[in-house]
Design a protein around this ligand. Structure first.
Ligand SMILES: [Zn+2]
Length: 153
């Protein structure tokens, strides 16, 4: 499974090292503490910048939900990256989650679950098809959602 991570997800979320993980440059700057470095060492995280089009869409969605003044540049970049990659966002931040909902970007909160103990999958909310990417279902055009499938091992 692929995820975009924010700083809280790295520190509190206990991400699964088998997952393919992404974040934005701003998060790496926030993660300079020793604890964060230790957490990062066992994960392989790809650092990527979202494109301008995705950034514009993320900003516009945050304007619509009224979250724009609560989101940092880094927060907006995370949402844009998740949108662009078609990947769920792993975050505790309520304003980020709210903006994701507006955009149809699935998210998981590290506080909801001990995430590492579970497997996750993306599926269509309407027809139940398993999806490779978040976004519109290729079969029925429904919205994607993320759900916990089973406990690992
Ligand atoms: Zn569908």
């Amino acid at each position: 499974m692929r995820f975009v991570l924010d700083a809280s997800a790295v520190l509190e979320g206990d991400p699964n090292p088998d997952d393919e993980l992404f974040t934005v440059p701003g998060v790496m700057l926030e993660l300079r503490s020793q604890d964060a470095q230790t957490a990062l060492e066992r994960l392989s995280v790809t650092v990527r910048k979202p494109g301008n089009d995705a950034l514009r869409r993320a900003r516009a969605a945050a304007e619509r939900t009224g979250d724009s003044h609560r989101l940092s540049e880094t927060d907006t970049a995370l949402i844009a990256l998740a949108l662009e990659e078609g990947v769920p966002l792993f975050t505790n931040d309520f304003s980020i989650q709210n903006t994701c909902r507006e955009l149809g970007v699935p998210y998981v909160s590290p506080r909801d679950e001990i995430t590492r103990s579970f497997r996750w999958e993306l599926m269509c909310r309407d027809c139940g098809k398993r999806l490779e990417r978040a976004g519109e279902c290729p079969v029925c055009g429904g919205e994607s959602r993320i759900r916990r499938t089973k406990q690992r091992r």
